[in-house]
Structures are given as C-alpha cells and as structure tokens.
Design a binder for this molecule. Structure first.
Ligand code: FAD
Length: 449
C-alpha cells in the first residue's frame, strides 16, 4: 500500500512530534513513523502507586522557552525540584555538606572553580559570536578532550574533582570521550553555565511523558506505531519511505532520530560520504537511571536535600524526586559512562546491591531498605542504545560537524543532537523539530510543491 503525504517524519520522540506540530500549524499533510509501540523515545514515565517515576528525561529549566510554551498550552503544571536542606559532596572520600550548589572546599578550590566557569563563559560567548563551525577556537579545542582541559586549566584537587563529576553527570560519558569544544558548544547552546545550572530546577507534574502524550493525542491520525523505517529512496523531487509493511510517498522527509539511528536506515542513492562518516563517529552516551522508592523521604528529616555528588562509586549524582502530596521518598540516582557500562553487565540483583550500597554510603543505613527500585539502562534499549544523547569525540565537530544538519535532497535532519539551542535536552529536541519543519516548509514554498 502506498500512502501520499507532504512530509514523512521518522521517529515519534519529542523532536519528531515537534516537527509534526509545526507542519500541522501550516496545514501540511504528514505521517510520523515510529519504530516502537509507544511514542516519546528517550522520555518514559511510570508510577509507583501515585508517585511519578521518570525513567528517561525528567527536568526542565525556566529558561527553556519552547517546552515552557508547550506546557502552558496544554496546561501541564511543573513541580519545583526539592532543594531544601543540604547537598552532599563526597569527593576523594571526604564528605562535605553545603546549602549552595558548590562544594564547601578551600578558598583555593573555590577560586579554581570560579576561574574555570569564567573561562568557559568567555569561550562560549566567543563561539556564539563567531558560530561554531567558523569559530577561531574550532581546531584548538576540538583537538583537546574535556579531561585534558580540566587537567591543564584547573589547579586544585577538590575543584578538579567537583568539576569532573559535574561534567560527567551532564554528559553520561567519560571525560576522555568528548572534546572540550563539544562541551563549549553544549554550554553555549544552553546560553552559558548559569542557565545549565537551572536545567534541573523543575519537573513535569504527572511525569515528562505527559507532554509527548498530549501532543500525540492531538496528532493521533498522523502517527503510525510499530513502523521502523528501513529504507528511504530519494531524489530531489521527493522520496519513498519504506517500513517492513508499508510505504509512503512524500515531498520531504524529516529524520528525527539520533544520528546513529539515522545511519541504520538504508538510503538509495546513498548519502554523501561526509554525512555517512559523521554517523560512523557519533555514538550515544551510557546512562542507567535508577529510581529508589522508600516509605518516606527520610533524608529530609536529617536536613538533607537528597542531592549528592560522589566521585568514588558508580553513582555520580542523586536527586530527590518525591512526588508532592505522596508519602513515598523517591531518590533518583544517575550512573553514567564507564560505571553504566560495567553495571550493565551485572545481573539485576548484583546491580541493585551495588546501587543501594552506594546510596547507603551517601545517606546512611536507612537507605538499605527501599520498598521498590525502578531502573532503565538506556544502552540496552534497542531504539536508544544509550543516553542522554550523543556527544562528539575529538576532531568530529571540526571535520564532520556541518553534515549534522545539512539537508540531503528532500531529507532533513532533526533530533536533539542537531539543535542550536539547548542541544541534547528536551528543549533542543523541540527546537530541532521546529527548525527542520520550517526548512521543509520554506523549500516546499520556493519549489511551489
Ligand atoms: C536517562 C535520561 C535522562 C534524561 N534527562 C533529561 C532531563 O532531565 N531533561 C532534559 O531536557 N533531557 C533529558 N534527557 C534527554 C532527552 O530525553 C532527549 O534530549 C530528548 O528526549 C530527545 O528527543 P529526540 O526526539 O531528539 O530523540 P528520541 O527521544 O531518541 O526519539 C527518537 C525516536 O525515533 C525512533 N526511531 C529511531 N529509529 C527509527 C526508525 N528507523 N524508524 C522509526 N522510528 C525510529 C525511536 O524509537 C524514538 O522514539 C534525558 C535522556 C535520558 C536517556
């Protein structure tokens, strides 16, 4: 059966849904083809009784205008993240408590962190001014790993230790796995270090999945589940998109998946070499999100916020994700990079034991008795194969970067990895979907089709 639409969108994650949302506003016909039996991609919510458990994306910032506008449109409420009480900083086996978002380390360490932030702030301003691919920093900083930059530029033991955990938690990778330029680009896209520090300020009432579900409800006539796209035959005037059971003819295609997944599709004719080679070099990070449920948020009684940073065990960071109005205490633990890869090879029992032991190290023996544990290893998810998102190793942005968003004939690229603003966040997914849809609208208008 051959269907005809103006635009086929591959993937019903937030970026694919945002692309459809934009096309819908302009009265275009479109089909969103999703490989899985659910929409949302890297957004996945479940519940423990009435407590919300976000296994994928969760937090939003007040400085993310697109997602805030959509939440307002659907009248979806947000919940401020629980920040009362002290944060635990467990660095080099030294436990410190602080009510601020920086560790209570020596004046030298604090100065070190301040100077690092200031340098990054200045460099991101320059990238914004010059544009990432034209930037005078392009080659110099794309050749340097994040790890090397911290080693060379920072001078204090505890300043370095905190900045390492902070950037590991942000990236879900080892710091040797991505370039310093990649980090600068990510930071610049969020508007700088200060906005990034607000990225976990609030979360979505009833879970992050509420937003894609509400968008999908409005567009349900356009969404086809269990339709993994296998092949795209294309020419300048249009494309035929094939799944296992159906085919669609369209004027334009938006591939709204991570770059690694765009490369699993067969293209006829093949994509330009630069695009292909970019995708050969861009993999996802590694993250296990573990949500531990207790009878009560016992840490609050001890004056703790539930937030922690830890550099000696598998858990890099925790946060209190208890649903207001519910009795349970819910701690979110993030395990990334090499720890996620190692824990991913353990049995469920062994993995939980390590995680709970680590939580007990941070929060005391009461943490040894959870009433439930929910976890998702995103590297095991066949349609994500990692998380939070793709970062670029040294040399990739400078050599292959422009191919990330450059359309190929009628094919346009979306997905949070292609975003200009808040790349790698849900906000970036929305921005990228809107941008790709606008590209197709403009082209269809100039081509008169
Ligand atoms: C554990 C975790 C925590 C996170 N926390 C946050 C957070 O707190 N805040 C935040 O803003 N962001 C967070 N993120 C990142 C956020 O989830 C992503 O930025 C965003 O959801 C990406 O959306 P997307 O549409 O670009 O990609 P995806 O969500 O990956 O969507 C792509 C879709 O394409 C489908 N697909 C792939 N290949 C094909 C094919 N061949 N045919 C058809 N369909 C296909 C997939 O099944 C998927 O549904 C987190 C991510 C993870 C994994």
């Amino acid at each position: 059966m051959l269907n005809h639409v103006d635009v086929v969108i591959v993937g019903a994650g937030l970026s694919g849904l945002a692309a459809g949302w934009e096309l819908r506003k302009h009265g275009k016909s479109f089909a969103i083809l999703e490989a899985q039996n659910r929409i949302g991609g890297r957004i996945l919510t479940t519940t423990h009784q009435n407590s919300i458990i976000d296994l994928g994306a969760q937090w939003v910032s007040p400085f993310q205008p697109r997602i805030q506008a959509l939440l307002e449109f659907f009248q979806i409420k947000t919940i401020p993240s629980y920040k009362k009480g002290k944060t635990i900083y467990d660095l080099h086996n030294r436990r410190m408590l602080s009510s601020t978002n920086t560790p209570p380390i020596s004046a030298q360490g604090t100065l070190d962190l301040f100077l690092a932030r200031r340098k990054i702030h200045q460099l991101t301003k320059l990238i914004k001014k010059e544009g990432i691919f034209q930037s005078s920093l392009l080659r110099k900083y794309d050749a340097l790993t994040m790890d090397s930059w911290i080693d060379r530029q920072m001078f204090s033991k505890y300043g370095k230790a905190f900045f390492r955990i902070f950037t590991e938690e942000l990236s879900s990778l080892e710091l040797s796995e991505f370039s310093f330029l990649n980090f600068l680009w990510f930071t610049q896209a969020a508007g700088g270090m200060d906005p990034i520090l607000t990225a976990e300020d609030m979360w979505i009432k009833n879970g992050a999945h509420t937003l894609p579900l509400r968008m999908a409800k409005v567009m349900h006539d356009h969404i086809y589940l269990n339709q993994p796209v296998r092949k795209i035959e294309w020419q300048d005037t249009g494309a035929t998109v094939h799944t296992d059971t159906r085919s669609w003819n369209s004027k334009k295609v938006i591939v709204a998946t991570p770059p690694a997944f765009s490369a699993k599709i067969q293209y006829d004719p093949p994509l330009p070499a630069l695009r292909e080679q970019l995708c050969q070099r861009v993999g996802q990070g590694a993250i296990i999100k573990s949500i531990i449920v207790y009878h009560t948020p016992f840490w609050r009684e001890e004056g703790l916020s539930g937030s922690s940073y830890y550099d000696c065990g598998p858990i890099r960071a925790t946060m209190d994700s208890s649903t207001p109005g519910q009795p349970h205490g819910v701690l979110t633990a993030l395990i990334g990079g090499k720890y996620a890869r190692r824990l991913g090879t353990l049995s469920q029992g062994e993995r939980r034991k390590e995680i709970i032991t680590c939580i007990a190290h941070l929060f005391g023996n009461k943490a040894l008795e959870p009433i439930a544990v929910y976890e998702k290893d995103w590297a095991e998810d066949p349609w994500s194969r990692g998380g939070y998102a793709a970062h670029f190793a040294t040399g990739v942005i400078s050599e292959y970067g422009p191919a990330l968003t450059k359309p190929v004939g009628p094919i346009h690229w979306a997905g949070t990895e292609t975003a200009n603003e808040w790349r790698l966040y849900m906000e970036g997914a929305i921005e990228s979907g809107e941008r790709a849809a606008k590209e197709t609208l403009k082209k269809m208008s100039t081509e008169g089709v």
